[in-house]
Design a protein. Structure first.
Length: 125
């Protein structure tokens, strides 16, 4: 008995990756990234307490392009996690969202996090 002419997964041809699922995954990834950033923040405080030479060495490392990229990434993670957390406050508070509202708020969270990150780094003294 051969069923080779039957489609294996018809849902694959109509499936689309929803923005809400992307934000859910990104929310978790940003939480992990901020946990790693907390270790770097702790290292910064330890080096600041250790003295001028250690602190200068740490700030020199963080002033490299890779260090700046990490700092920008952590600030995006913070702003994204914050905006998505506020979004979930409204969702979990019993207000509930329709599907279109969930998609719109998801895009708003993403745009707001990017805008806040750009604004932070443009106006950083």
């Amino acid at each position: 008995m051969s069923n080779s002419d039957r489609p294996l997964s018809p849902h694959i041809s109509i499936y689309s990756w929803p923005i809400t699922m992307t934000l859910s995954i990104l929310h978790r990834a940003c939480g992990v990234a901020m946990s790693i950033g907390l270790l770097v923040l702790s290292a910064w405080l330890i080096n600041a307490a250790a003295g001028g030479a250690d602190y200068a060495r740490f700030t020199d490392v963080m002033a490299t392009p890779f260090g700046r990229l990490l700092l920008i990434g952590w600030s995006f993670a913070f702003f994204f996690h914050l905006a998505n957390g506020v979004r979930h406050l409204f969702w979990d508070a019993g207000h509930g969202f329709e599907k279109s509202q969930a998609v719109a708020s998801a895009w708003f969270v993403l745009v707001a996090a990017i805008a806040a990150t750009v604004a932070y780094w443009l106006f950083l003294p």
